[in-house]
Design a protein around this ligand. Sequence first.
Ligand SMILES: Cc1ncc(COP(=O)(O)O)c(C=O)c1O
Length: 381
Amino acid sequence: MKTIIEKNIWSISSFLHNNNYNFNKEEILKNLPENFIDEAIHYISGWESYSPTPLLRLNKLKNELGYKEIYYKDEDKRFKLRSFKALGGAFAVNKIANNKKDVIVATATAGNHGRSVAWGAQRLGLKCKIFISEFVSESRAEAMKKLNAEVIRVKGNYNSSLKECIKQSNKNNWEIVQDVSWEGYKDVPKLIMSGYTIMVKEILDQVNNDEITHVFLQAGVGGLAAAMIAGFAKFSNKKIPKFIIVEPENAGCVFKSIENNRPTTVEIKKETIMGGMSCGDVSTVAWDILKNSANNCLTIPDDAISMTVAMLSKGQLSEEKIIAGECAVPGIIALISLFKNKDYSNKLDLNANSKILLFGCEGLTDNEMYKKLLEEGLSKI
Ligand SMILES: Cc1ncc(COP(=O)(O)O)c(C=O)c1O
């Protein structure tokens, strides 16, 4: 049997150093204010079903790569929604509703964010309208309908669904609860990102004062990545780790924006299977944080996704078997690919002292897709 790294499927499409890197805690926390973060954490940790998700160790992978630690935050265990997105949308719905019962909330989504908004609305007995593109699977749509949301399918991609959501919401006076920000729409995305930061608080408790050296952060619109960086800015009392942004090669909007030093739209010519990360525009709040605090950006092709999902399911990278969705594995793929490229790993100071953090940001969120990925991946391992 070939070892993990001997397989010739690991690759990076493009790699970039951020020439404008200048980590500044105060600046970051101006963009995602500490009182937002405090309130979100207070609120979410008070929810009845709340408990921290596990921080696993990918020890089999670690032994093969020779790094000191590889931590994996397992968001498959996040409430019954099985992704970190559960933390953001549902919290924002609470804040926006502000105890009113006649509010109608609306959002556009690739799936996980919409489920969070629908869940938040259901708990408060509010009506909820969810806009999805033609690329969102029926099993994701079903999951949102089960939470009593009305699901509206829109022709075209994620951007088309967002445009339609904004148009109909403005016409009908619905409250948009969106995880992406643009000029004039920043407060709600800030609430949502504040909800995500509870993960950093949990992780820093779980590593028990250990110093993390590298953090791999998946990006769609960049909300998750920027929120995690803000979480480190607020809660870490150690040396700030290197933050490496990972995107699909077909949707590298953070990569392009960092490269051009301004928000840059990427035209999505081919949809990636990492649906939650198929975004052509960086969120403005996220951009204001990422532009000076991401150390590096890289993009990956879809090729290794199914195999990595299968390896995790069989316990080939860790002692335990892990259920990981398509957006949960890019960090692993990036890490192994970097290991195989000595020039890049030297640039990132990846070595025997490295303690790496990866985000397994979704688990079983799409039954159909998971089955398909497993079938394909198992045939490759
Ligand atoms: C599972 C998962 N991972 C990552 C992302 C990307 O997050 P963001 O769009 O905040 O960058 C998403 C977005 O929907 C997601 O659902």
